[in-house]
Design a protein around this ligand. Structure first.
Ligand code: LLP
Length: 408
């Protein structure tokens, strides 16, 4: 497993070499890990169509890599769609799942030829009135299930803004029939970091139930939400078991109904979380009467997950792997409390030591910002044994781009 705490290199290239060649802070992704995760999914299901949830990591080389692996894309904005198109994805392989957008963005999605996933009744109504059955569509359901790692990343409960409630099936039926909608798929994304396989089985019940009513439905999309382990011993979705149970349910449905039905999933974290590392350098070791702080050259501007979700990310000191163990607060250099790890045991950290933060592939760079006017890191992809720069570190020119000095 690439995110094992003792890892010191990727495809034979040491983290220290990468830090020296590309400088820090640096995001590094391992293409082999991404491929392996894709293979794991494919091997676990009898037949699965994978759409990568682009928001997890949107670099165009990553999107292109997914295309080369035969994986489609799930996007949530027109801009993500444009990036996916630039990366070579065909419109038909792009699922567009916008939420609370202006209808104009839906129209743009249709014009680009994307697969349109509609997540509220007013939009379904407008879509029907404008396109009738001419443009196929998908309905995103809110299953009224609370699931996922924490409330902020749960999207399927009754107070979540996402999806059309399963309690509004009558309204859905009315709109589908009034406008003769060409409903080709049904979709549920219940949240992120779901380990309970029964949640997916409950989703299957809802989706199968509705698929029976609508003979035009060709596929059921179970969203993303597969959990990976963020530290040794941490729970993870048992993908083999999930694949076995869902595949069996699909086979039963198809036999019973004598009908073809595809199974789609759109994982983000599962495909790229383990593959990514944030490499940071220790600027200062600061001892106070209560705690020892390791201040690194990064912060919540580069990886917000610990502060935003109290997420645990394994951190290792690759410069001193055999040093004595001590407890530290690993913090960033942003003028906010930006704690990467609280009271964490690490091998002794000295000024200049290189630390690597694990599981930084998903929602790391894609949620990064220029807060404090600091540069976002560079990104490197390790592929075929080579380290390839896939995004340059920001520059001052980039920070200034678009700004207008009205006093000049
Ligand atoms: N499909 C849809 C419609 C989604 O909204 C998402 C994620 C996914 C798929 C992929 O979910 P995943 O497989 O990555 O769990 N920033 C948070 C996660 C937010 C997920 C938002 N939607 C985090 O860093 O934990």
């Amino acid at each position: 497993m690439s995110s094992h705490p003792s890892i010191t290199s990727l495809q034979g290239i040491s983290f220290e070499t990468l830090a020296r060649e590309f400088d820090t802070p640096l995001y590094v992704y391992d293409a082999e890990t991404i491929s392996r995760q894709i293979q794991r999914l494919r091997a676990s299901f009898e037949n699965i169509r994978i759409k990568y949830a682009a928001k997890a990591l949107t670099n165009r080389s990553i999107l292109r890599f997914m295309k080369l692996q035969g994986v489609g894309v799930d996007v949530v904005s027109i801009q993500e769609a444009q990036l996916a198109l630039l990366a070579g994805h065909l419109p038909a392989d792009i699922m567009f799942t916008p939420n609370c957008v202006d209808f104009e963005e839906i129209v743009q999605g249709v014009e680009l030829g994307l697969t349109m996933n509609l997540d509220n009744l007013p939009v379904l109504e407008k879509f029907g009135a404008r396109y009738g059955g001419d443009v196929p569509c998908v309905i995103r359901l809110n299953p009224d299930i609370l699931a996922g790692g924490n409330y902020k990343i749960s999207t399927g409960h009754s107070q979540s803004k996402f999806g059309i409630s399963v309690h509004s099936l009558d309204e859905i039926r009315t709109l589908v029939s009034r406008y003769q909608l060409n409903l080709e798929g049904l979709h549920i994304h219940t949240g992120s970091e779901i380990t309970d396989i029964d949640v997916f089985m409950k989703m299957a019940d809802i989706l199968f139930g509705l698929a029976k009513e609508f003979s035009s439905v060709r596929y059921l999309d179970f969203g993303g939400g597969l959990k990976v382990a963020y530290q040794p011993g941490d729970g993870a979705t048992d993908v083999a078991e999930l694949g076995r149970r869902l595949s069996m349910a699909f086979r039963d449905f198809k036999d019973r109904e004598s009908r073809e039905l595809q199974l789609w999933m759109e994982p983000g974290k599962f495909l790229v979380s383990d593959a990514g590392f944030l490499l940071v350098r220790t600027n200062v070791v600061k001892v106070t009467p209560k705690a020892t702080f390791v201040g690194v050259n990064s912060g919540l501007n580069h990886l917000i997950r610990p502060m935003m979700y109290d997420a645990y990310h394994t951190i290792t000191n690759v410069s001193n792997p055999l040093g004595p163990k001590k407890n530290y607060w690993v913090v960033g250099n942003v003028c906010e409390t930006d704690t990467f790890a609280a009271d964490r045991e690490l091998t002794e950290v000295r000024e200049g030591d290189l630390l690597i933060i694990h599981n930084a592939g998903a929602y790391g760079y894609s949620m990064a910002s220029n807060y404090n006017s600091r540069f976002r890191p560079a990104e490197v992809l390790i592929i075929d044994g080579q380290a390839r720069l896939i995004r340059q570190r920001d520059t001052l020119d980039q920070l200034l781009a678009g700004q207008i000095d009205i006093f000049q």
